[in-house]
Design a protein around this ligand. Structure first.
Ligand SMILES: [Zn+2]
Length: 413
């Protein structure tokens, strides 16, 4: 392998030319080819998708972009909307004292990542961090489920709302009602009756025709062979009266959904925290116009609509969501459950997860800040990692070359 030195020279001006997808010819396979004006490298031969024009609203991915590229794109939308939050500098600004931004590759994980950059760890606002955090949390959920010998019940709690409801009051009331439901002697007796050893709560939000729809999933770990009907009836009564205590209403029919089938639970865990399938602009526009469909839009779809379609109203909705959910925990394990199921008792924080050092990582390239700024100006972070996922330093440098980034003193290998 050719060893590349750490330093890069300042790129020449024309290197930062951006291409709009529509400017590029499409091959029969639906792949967009981009030809670097300097190197003549056909980017798609490296598995790179087209460069897209930046600037909110002007992006129109006609082809399905790899999830990682879409995540970085959507993260930039979060930066526009929440410029004072950490998501605005996430994987952009270097860690104080770091001289370079490193492009790293882990052979064990067959995945690439950046080193030397700040990460925000925001599961609500940052598409890039959320993907990583959810992946780790999902593995733990799976482990917990496999370790439990009893039965599992997945319940989803919601309360009635209308389009004019402020999200913050809805969410406070939802969480307040869940707290009330889970407290007191009656709840202890309920737990005992069904051999409940604990639960895992996950907070979610969607946006539909009746406005924001925050909801709380709770996975209950109960004894096998419980009377599910009786369990559901009692839970529904408790939920209804807890919601009434916070001055809201939960319909007996829609306020609580209870599922016991293992397959459904496995399905939920598989989907937990996972971003929706990235859609093309056309499909996304359809989804936005059909906001009334039962599930509503996920928060990632809302942000995606802002970035891809330039839907300003979607951006404002997302902003309200981001401000409201900031600082709330997405996933909460009840006390003692982790130990009972043999998981590491000390739960990692979201920030710890995204800051974890990958032990076996090798350096494919190191960029000085001038070179890194070129990557940023081209919105090429996602693509750079896509290329680096090959583990091939040559490809990484070819890609950087296509952005006009040069390095000094190449050793011929
Ligand atoms: Zn982040």
């Amino acid at each position: 392998m050719v060893l590349h030195p750490d330093s890069t020279t300042l790129p020449v001006a024309e290197s930062t030319v951006k291409f709009a997808v529509s400017d590029l010819p499409r091959s029969e396979a639906g792949l967009v080819r981009s030809v670097s004006p300097q190197t003549g490298v056909v980017a798609s031969s490296l598995g790179i998708n087209a460069r897209f024009a930046s600037g909110v609203g002007s992006r129109s991915p006609a082809v399905a972009l790899p999830a990682r590229i879409r995540r970085f794109m959507v993260q930039s939308g979060g930066r526009d909307l929440m410029p004072d939050e950490r998501v605005a500098v996430c994987l952009r600004r270097r860690i104080p004292g770091a001289a370079f931004v490193s492009v790293l590759y882990s052979p064990a994980q067959r995945a690439a990542h950046f080193g030397g950059l700040q990460v925000c760890g925001s599961v609500w606002m940052c598409a890039v961090c959320a993907a990583r955090i959810s992946e780790v949390r999902r593995l733990e959920l799976d482990q917990a489920i496999k370790a439990w010998g009893g039965q599992l019940v997945l319940a989803t709690f919601t309360l009635q709302h209308k389009a004019s409801d402020a999200l913050v009051s809805l969410l406070d009331d939802l969480q307040g009602a869940v707290r009330k439901m889970r407290s007191g002697r009656a709840w202890m007796a309920f737990q005992e009756r069904y051999g409940m050893v604990g639960s895992i709560r996950a907070l979610e939000n969607t946006d539909g025709v009746n406005g924001f729809h925050p909801h709380q999933h709770v996975l209950f770990f109960v004894a096998s062979g419980i009377d599910l009907e009786a369990f559901t009836r009692e839970l529904r009564d408790r939920w209804g009266s807890s919601v009434a205590k916070v001055g809201r209403y939960a319909s007996p029919r829609w306020g609580l959904d209870v599922q016991a089938a293992d397959a459904k639970i496995a399905d939920y865990v598989a989907k937990f925290g996972r971003e929706p399938k990235w859609t093309t602009a056309h499909e996304l526009a359809k989804a936005v116009s059909k906001r009334g469909r039962r599930d509503g839009l996920t928060m990632m779809e809302l942000l995606d609509a802002y970035v891809v379609l330039g839907d300003v109203a979607a951006g404002q909705r997302w902003q309200e969501y981001a401000i409201t959910f900031k600082g709330r925990k997405q996933l909460v394990w009840s006390k003692g459950l982790r130990a009972l199921l043999g998981l590491v008792v000390e739960e990692k924080s979201d920030q710890e997860i995204v800051e974890e050092i990958v032990e076996d990582a090798v350096i494919l390239a190191q960029l000085d800040m001038a070179a890194w700024r070129v990557v940023l100006a081209n919105d090429a972070r996602g693509e750079l990692l896509e290329v680096a996922s090959s583990g091939d330093a040559e490809k990484v440098w070819l890609f950087l070359g296509s952005l006009g980034i040069r390095f000094q003193g190449v050793e011929d290998g």
